[in-house]
Design a protein around this ligand. Structure first.
Ligand code: 1CP
Length: 350
């Protein structure tokens, strides 16, 4: 549903270094953005959060745009990522979630009856506030940098519903996959359909690139991942290809999974910090575009260490088809913003 009230946003030039790298071209300098770049390590974010709950923030497009642009205005990063959360899709299917700040689902979804009771079918139509936020971001960015839309991968998303929140062991999720594979598979299939529609809605609203977050890839052993999880990620990537924007697939815990995800057709593979970038490139091949992979907690160390590690990653990235610098997972809330500025400067001058 297009809103005609909002003027047309200025498009980002296709020659932008981040978009060039996503397409597999080598831009003149290594582009950098960082996962969770808008968030609690920024005083200007905490100021807004002192007045507005996280839930209200996600549902207020103008505030989403303001928060999305905070790190862009401050650091000179090469891409913006929509401020939202992978779990807002629960709104669409009728699973209440609260953030405290970690997500809590009071009524977990574990049985066939629980799954059947959810509001499947054109569920992504209920997420118009996200699409409005994408439009507000594009408007505010005035073409300065591209905007990344995103979703969780099917299993990562489902795990929060099944566990009732964050988890260390994923015992309910894995028990469901192992004891009731048809129920688990059916649930992931429904979620995948929702995620495809959801990413299509974000792209229609103006997202230049989409990233799929498989934050809990390591929950499953590689052979179980191949059986229970991979087919859904494959379908998500395949059915998002026709959207015509680059797809970044980030799998955390991917040292053991890179060989499974390298052939799914994602334009960029996000590498976590559990392995050296050069080893990741050995596995995925030098024809792949990679993104990553500094350990986020390096930013809690001295500037000289950040310089040394970042430069090493930039050098390793030169053997890939193209490289987008990022952290190997989300930035810590304990990070000094000055250290992120130092990292951006090091990457840009390397
Ligand atoms: O302000 C607050 O106190 C809320 C903390 C917070 C924030 C800032 C949450 C709750 N989500 C977010 C924003 C968010 N979440 C973004 C913003 C865009 C950016 O990167 O700047 C993004 C992309 C996410 C995605 C997300 N949410 C993921 C995937 C990425 C990752 O970090 O692995 C996951 C797993 C979530 C779930 C979630 N939501 C919030 C928290 C604290 C969590 C993680 C909980 C857990 O560890 O299980």
């Amino acid at each position: 549903m297009l809103r005609t009230a909002m003027p047309t946003a200025v498009p980002t030039p296709p020659s932008h270094p981040f978009l060039s790298a996503c397409r597999g071209e080598r831009p003149s300098r290594t582009p950098i953005w960082v996962m969770r770049q808008a968030g609690r390590y920024l005083p200007e974010y905490r100021e807004i959060r002192s007045r507005v709950s996280f839930e209200a923030l996600c549902r207020t497009p103008e505030l989403c745009a303001e928060v999305t642009l905070q790190p862009i205005d401050r650091f000179g990063l090469d891409a913006a990522i929509l401020f939202s959360d992978i779990l807002v899709v629960f709104d669409a299917i009728g699973v209440p979630v609260v953030f405290n700040p970690s997500p809590q689902v009071a009524a977990p979804v574990r049985t066939a009856a629980d799954v059947k009771a959810l509001r499947w079918g054109r569920a992504a139509d209920h997420l118009d506030y996200v699409y409005q936020a994408v439009r507000a971001c594009k408007q505010a960015l005035t073409g300065r940098v591209p905007l990344i839309g995103f979703c969780g991968a099917p299993m990562t998303t489902a795990s929060y519903m099944i566990e009732g929140g964050s988890s260390r062991e994923f015992e309910h999720t894995k028990a469901m996959a192992f004891t009731e594979p048809a129920l688990f598979g059916g649930m992931l299939e429904n979620i995948t359909t929702l995620l495809i529609e959801y990413l299509a809605g974000q792209v229609a609203a103006g997202a230049d690139v989409v990233q799929i977050f498989e934050s809990w890839g390591a929950a499953f052993a590689p052979d179980d991942y191949r059986i229970h999880v991979l087919p859904h990620v494959r379908r998500l990537v395949a059915e998002c290809k026709p959207l015509g924007v680059p797809i970044i697939l980030f799998v955390r815990g991917n040292a053991g999974l890179l060989s499974q995800i390298r052939d799914l057709g994602a334009d960029v593979l996000g590498v976590d910090w559990s392995l050296d970038l050069s080893d990741a490139i050995d596995v995925v091949g030098t024809h792949q575009v990679v993104q990553g992979n500094l350990d986020p907690l390096t930013l809690l160390g001295p500037a000289a260490l950040v310089t040394e590690k970042a430069e090493r990653i930039v050098v390793a990235g030169r053997s890939a088809r193209a490289h987008i610098f990022n952290l190997g997972h989300g930035i810590s809330r304990h990070t000094d913003p000055a250290m992120l500025q130092h990292l951006v400067d090091v990457v840009h001058r390397s």
